[in-house]
Write a protein that binds this ligand. Structure first.
Ligand code: GRG
Length: 298
């Protein structure tokens, strides 16, 4: 399995479009409060794989969505993701000093600023979803706001993080581990796909197909994350490697071992890809992102 260079060109195009769009939507570092705005820009710009925006654009292609609308929705998801990383790195959570190859926000600035950066990025995400016309009718747009709110909240990512914090040192079963990751990582990945699709038009059946894809690929993403945490270096990852084992956290690798975890990631990719077979070439980018997710080295 290899990725065509043409996919890489497409992905770089989206990544650079996202960099510009995020830079434009984030408050200028010259507006008061200067330090908070500088820290928000530090947290979001100049790093990250932008996997969630790639998924939103690829799902948007399936639904023939307007790319300008998808860009706004993708910014909203990426802002939520960036906020989660800032808070996750804080001493009260994972207590990490390195993210995307740079000192974490609370190290570069301070803890109170990091807290406010997360809060402000989350608010900005919902401001974008509410402020720009993303759907042809207001009802559908409200559906999009609700979708992201649920994905980010206690029934989604924040809830998954709570389960994660409570599971340190615990012996979780595989279904328990899966439940945690469906919330912590999977919810926002699913929201990326669904928001991209909702910017366009699809039948209920097709939305369900994308939903199925998103659930499998969200889990695959996490399994690969666990494998990389075990076998990649801090320099390659741009974040501290080996943290899960050091903190005695249950992971796919601690439960299954490296080989079985790698096999599971490939099986999940297969399931994801077969969920979108129906779309044929329209879903080519989603297929390629699924490959990227299991092949990635960082
Ligand atoms: C603080 C509410 C709250 C939630 C935190 C996302 C998360 C929940 C914690 C991040 C810790 C972590 C390693 C999660 C597992 C997978 C994951 C989300 C990795 C980071 O995402 P990438 O690889 O990061 O997409 P980049 O830097 O490429 O954007």
């Amino acid at each position: 399995m290899t990725l065509p260079t043409e996919f890489e060109d497409w992905a770089h195009g989206i990544q650079s479009r996202m960099e510009d769009a995020l830079a434009q939507h984030l408050p200028s570092a010259e507006i008061v409060p200067l330090r908070l705005h500088e820290a928000m820009r530090y947290a979001v710009l100049g790093g990250g794989k932008r996997v969630r925006p790639l998924l939103a654009f690829a799902a948007g292609e399936v639904a023939r969505a307007n790319a300008d609308r998808v860009a706004v929705a993708a910014c909203a998801v990426e802002l939520i993701h960036a906020y989660s990383l800032v808070h996750d790195d804080m001493p009260c959570m994972d207590d990490d000093v390195l993210r995307r190859g740079k000192p974490t926000v609370h190290v570069e600035f301070d803890e109170a600023t990091a807290l406010l950066v997360g809060d402000s990025l989350q608010s900005l995400a919902f401001q974008l979803l509410a402020q720009y016309p993303l759907a042809d009718d207001a009802h559908k747009q409200l559906e999009m706001v609700t979708l992201l709110a649920v994905a980010a909240g206690s029934r989604g990512m924040a809830g998954g993080q709570a389960i994660d914090l409570a599971s340190v040192g615990q012996a979780l079963t595989l279904p328990e581990l899966e439940l945690m990751h469906i919330h912590k990582t999977g919810a926002l990945i699913r929201a990326s796909v669904m928001l991209g699709a909702l910017c366009g038009r699809l039948s209920e059946k097709d939305v369900a197909r994308l939903d199925r894809f998103a659930r499998f690929i969200g889990l695959a993403f996490q399994v690969v994350d666990d494998v990389l945490d075990e076998e990649a270096s801090t320099a390659t990852l741009g974040k501290t490697a080996g943290k899960d084992a050091e903190q005695n956290k249950p992971t796919y690798v601690s439960l299954l071992g490296l080989e079985k975890a790698r096999t599971l990631a490939l099986e999940l990719r297969e399931d994801a890809v077969s969920a979108i077979k129906h779309f044929g070439d329209k879903a080519r980018r989603l297929h390629e992102i699924a490959d990227f997710i299991v092949l990635r080295k960082f």
